[in-house]
Design a binder for this molecule. Structure first.
Ligand code: IVH
Length: 707
C-alpha cells in the first residue's frame, strides 16, 4: 500500500458517496461501501500522516467546546423580499425594470426634447420612460427555483478544499459551523474538478427531508422540533458532530459568494450547473422564462402542484433575474437584492376564539393590542397569540372579545387575525386602557396622517405610554433590542434572559449589560457558572462594534439600520453627529425632518446623553477609520482586477475592499481585466498585462481609486 493507493481509495469512496447522496444513483451496495470504508480506517490507523482532509473519515471530528467562532462574510449574505401575490411579484420586477430604465443615460432624449416647451418635454420624457419600463420588463430573463425551507449556509472552498462552513448570522458576520457541516454527505469535502477556483463560496440551504423529519419525530429526543426547518437549524448548531451525523441533512446551493477564478459566468443558471459539475446536488424543478404576468402565474401553479410530492418542504418560489450583468446593475437595498424576490405560498388558515386582548408596550412606548386565543394548531405550530396591529385594525375588523376569528400564519411571520367568522354569544368591547399596563403612566393618543402621492391620504391613530425612558416595559425592550441580531448581536443574551435580569432588578438600562457579573447569571435557573462565563465573554466581545451598529442599537425613533448607516457615513464621528443641528441632519441622504428632530431630541436629553457616555465608558468602541459599507454605491462595479507581486497591505484585505466596491478579483490576466495592481517583484502577470495593454497601477494609485 502506497500513499497513492491510499489517495485512490479516498477518491473511490468519495465517488460512490457522490453517486449515492448527490445523484441518488448508488453504484454499489451499502455493505460493500461499509467494508471499503473500514479498510480505509485501518490504513489511516497504520499511516496517520497520510490522512487527507477530504477523506470520508474526516466528516465527524471532535466536539466543539465553546461558542462558535465568528466569521465575517466577505460578500454579504442577503435575504429576500417577500411577495404574497401575483400582483406583488409582477410589481417587484416592474420596479426592477424601472430602476434599469432610470440607470440609462437620457442625454440624447433630452437633446431631442430641447426644442419643445419644458413642461411638455418632461411629460414626454416620463411617458417614454413608462413605455421603456414596460417593454424592458417583458425582456427580463427570469430563473425560477423552489424556495427550500431550511437554513442558509455559506461554504468556503480554497483551491477546491472545504475550509469552513458558516451560518448567515446578521448577513455580515456568521458563525463557524464547519464541524456539523462536514457531516452532510452531499457537501463535497473536495470539489470534483482538476481546476478548482482559488476561492469559491457556495451558498445554499441546509434542510431535512420530510421523511427524515418524520422518522426522527418517532424517536423521543427530537420531539421538541416543530418542523423540518427548526430540526435542520438545531442540528447545524449542535456542538457534537456525531449527533449531527445521526440526523442526516442535505444541502442544495442557490448562489455564489466570494469567488476568484478565470472562469466567468454571465447567467445565474450557469453558476448552478457549474455547482452540479463540481459535485453538488442541484435544485430540481427550476425553470427559465421571460417576465410576464401569465408566465409568473403559470409557474406558480406548476410549483404549487408539485409541492406535496417533493421530498423536502418548500415555502414558496424564488424568482431571480438570470442575467448577472443586470443583477450587478440593480444591486441591493439593505438586506435584499433588487433582482430577486420570494413568492411565498399563502398563509395557513384556522378558526378559533378570541379569549382576551392584552396591550403590549413596545420599545418606543407604542401600545399594541395582542390577541389571546384559544390554542389552535396552524402549519406545524400551536398558536395562542396573534397580533392585532392597532386599534384602527380592531375597528375595521369589528372585533370583540368572545368572537370566533380566522387566523393566518405564513412562514415565520407572526400570526394574524384576519376576520371575524361569527360573533360570540357574550361579547366584550376592546378598549384601549387610559394608563400604561406596565408603569401606569398616562396613555397618549396621536393621530398621524400619511400622505401618499397617488392614493388618498390615511389617518393612523397610535397610542403610547408617556412614561418614556422610565417605563419598565420600554427599558426591557430597549435592552432586548440593543442585544438583538441587527444591533450588538449578543446572541447569548436572548430576550428571555433580558426579561429575567430586568425582573430581578439587575438590568435597569442598556449600559448595565456591561456591569453584569458571573453571580448575576450563574444563580438563575438553568444557567450555572460555565454558561454565565460564556455570556459574559460574548458581552465582552460585543464591545468592538461599528459606529452605525452602535447608532442603530441606541434605538432612536425612526433611525433603523439603514438610517444609522447613512448618519455614520455622513458624520463619521459620534462627536460630529452629537453636535449636528436639525439643518445639518436633514442633509443626510434619506433623513427627513422627523428623523432629524428625533436625533436632536435624543442627544438633547440628558439621560440619553449620559447613557451614551456610560456605554463608551464601559468600553464600547469602534474603529473610526473603518469604512461603513456603501451599499448600492459600488463604484468599481463591472471591473475585474488582478493582484500581483508583493503588496504592503494583506491581500485578503485589498480583495475584500475591491469586492465591497463591486469589483471582481481574478487570479489571471485576460483581455477582460480592467486593472492589474502590481507590487514589488511582480512577475508573469505583469508581463502578460503589458502585452495585452492592460492598465497597471501601484498601491498608492489603488488607494486613491478606492478611497
Ligand atoms: S436566493 C441574494 N434561492 O430563503 C439571494 N434563497 O427568505 C439570496 N432560500 O436567505 C437567496 N431557497 O436562505 C435563494 N432557491 C433559493 C432559496 C433561498 C431557500 C432561503 C435563503 C434565503 C431565504 C430568504
Amino acid at each position: 500500500m502506497t500513499f497513492k493507493d491510499y489517495q485512490q481509495l479516498v477518491a473511490q469512496l468519495n465517488c460512490w458517496s457522490h453517486a449515492y447522496h448527490v445523484l441518488d444513483a448508488p453504484l454499489i451496495s451499502d455493505s460493500e461501501y461499509d467494508a471499503t470504508f473500514q479498510e480505509l480506517r485501518t490504513i489511516e490507523k497504520q499511516h496517520p500522516t497520510w490522512i487527507v482532509s477530504e477523506s470520508p473519515t474526516q466528516r465527524v471530528g471532535d466536539i466543539v467546546s465553546s461558542v462558535f467562532r465568528k466569521i465575517p462574510h466577505e460578500i454579504k449574505m442577503l435575504s429576500l423580499e417577500n411577495a404574497f401575490s401575483l400582483e406583488e411579484t409582477n410589481a417587484f420586477f416592474l420596479r426592477a425594470a424601472k430602476s434599469l430604465v432610470d440607470l440609462e443615460d437620457f442625454e440624447k432624449l433630452d437633446n431631442l426634447l430641447a426644442d419643445t416647451t419644458i413642461k411638455k418635454a418632461q411629460e414626454l420624457k416620463s411617458e417614454f420612460k413608462a413605455l421603456a419600463t414596460s417593454q424592458l420588463f417583458e425582456t427580463l430573463p427570469i430563473f425560477s427555483e423552489p424556495k427550500l425551507d431550511g437554513f442558509a449556509i455559506s461554504l468556503h472552498y480554497e483551491n477546491g478544499i472545504l475550509i469552513y462552513g458558516a451560518t448567515r448570522g446578521d448577513g455580515e458576520i456568521g458563525e463557524d459551523v464547519t464541524h456539523t457541516i462536514k457531516t452532510i454527505q452531499s457537501i463535497p469535502l473536495k470539489l470534483q474538478t482538476d481546476t478548482p477556483p482559488e476561492i469559491l463560496e457556495v451558498r445554499g440551504e441546509v434542510f431535512m427531508t420530510k421523511a427524515v423529519f418524520e422518522q426522527l419525530n418517532q424517536s423521543e429526543n427530537v420531539r421538541s422540533f416543530v418542523n423540518p426547518r427548526n430540526a435542520a437549524a438545531g442540528t447545524i448548531r449542535q456542538l457534537n458532530p456525531q449527533a449531527a451525523m445521526e440526523r442526516p441533512l442535505q444541502f442544495i446551493p442557490y448562489g455564489m459568494g466570494a469567488y476568484s477564478d478565470e472562469r466567468e459566468f454571465t447567467r445565474h443558471a450557469e453558476i448552478l450547473s457549474y455547482f452540479g459539475e463540481i459535485g453538488f446536488k442541484t435544485n430540481q424543478n427550476c425553470r427559465a422564462f421571460l417576465a410576464s404576468e401569465t408566465a409568473f402565474e403559470q409557474d406558480y401553479q406548476r410549483m404549487e402542484a408539485l409541492r406535496d410530492s417533493l421530498p423536502m418542504e418548500i415555502d414558496g418560489i424564488v424568482y431571480k433575474i438570470d442575467d448577472l450583468n443586470l443583477q450587478e446593475k440593480l444591486g441591493f437595498i439593505a438586506r435584499s437584492p433588487k433582482w430577486a424576490v420570494a413568492r411565498k405560498f399563502p398563509a395557513q388558515v384556522m378558526t378559533t376564539t378570541l379569549l382576551d386582548v392584552d396591550f403590549q408596550v413596545g420599545r418606543t412606548g407604542v401600545l399594541t393590542p395582542v390577541a389571546r386565543l384559544e390554542p389552535v394548531f396552524v402549519g406545524g405550530v400551536t398558536v395562542s397569540n396573534a397580533t392585532l396591529h392597532n386599534m384602527d385594525e380592531i375597528g375595521r375588523l369589528k372585533l370583540c372579545i368572545g368572537d370566533k376569528v380566522q387566523i393566518h400564519r405564513a412562514g415565520d411571520v407572526i400570526p394574524k387575525v384576519v376576520k371575524v367568522v361569527s360573533e360570540g354569544e357574550i361579547r366584550r368591547a376592546i378598549v384601549m386602557p387610559a394608563h400604561c399596563p406596565v408603569c401606569e403612566s398616562e396613555v397618549i393618543k396621536t393621530v398621524n396622517e400619511i400622505v401618499y402621492k397617488n392614493k388618498p391620504s390615511k389617518k393612523i391613530t397610535t397610542y403610547h405610554c408617556s412614561g418614556g425612558y422610565f417605563c419598565a416595559a420600554q427599558i426591557v425592550e430597549r435592552i432586548k433590542y440593543y442585544a438583538s441580531r441587527n444591533c450588538l448581536n449578543i446572541r447569548q443574551l436572548g430576550a428571555k434572559l433580558v426579561e429575567v435580569l430586568c425582573e430581578q432588578g439587575v438590568l435597569n438600562n442598556v449600559a448595565d449589560i456591561y456591569r453584569l457579573q458571573i453571580a448575576d447569571i450563574a444563580n438563575l435557573e438553568g444557567q450555572g457558572e460555565k454558561n454565565a462565563a460564556k455570556i459574559l465573554a460574548a458581552i465582552e466581545a460585543s464591545k468592538h462594534t461599528k459606529f452605525s451598529t452602535f447608532l442603530t442599537a441606541l434605538g432612536i425613533s425612526e433611525v433603523g439600520e439603514s438610517g444609522a448607516k447613512n448618519l455614520a457615513r455622513h458624520f463619521k464621528t459620534l462627536d460630529k453627529l452629537r453636535a449636528a443641528d436639525e439643518e445639518a441632519l436633514v442633509q443626510v441622504p434619506d433623513v427627513g425632518a422627523v428623523t432629524a428632530h428625533n436625533v436632536r431630541t435624543f442627544f438633547d436629553d440628558t439621560a440619553q446623553n449620559q447613557l451614551v457616555d456610560d456605554l463608551l465608558c464601559a468600553g464600547v468602541f469602534w474603529d473610526e477609520n473603518e469604512n461603513e459599507s456603501i451599499e448600492n454605491k459600488q463604484s468599481l462595479s463591472g471591473q475585474t482586477w488582478v493582484l500581483t507581486g508583493t503588496l504592503s497591505l494583506p491581500r485578503n484585505e485589498i480583495k475584500a475592499k475591491l469586492e465591497r466596491l463591486g469589483a471582481k478579483v481574478s487570479g489571471a490576466v485576460s483581455a477582460k481585466t480592467t486593472y492589474v495592481l502590481a507590487g514589488e517583484a511582480a512577475g508573469s502577470k505583469l508581463t502578460e498585462a503589458q502585452k495585452l495593454g492592460i492598465k497597471i497601477i501601484n498601491e498608492a494609485q489603488f488607494l486613491e481609486l478606492t478611497q
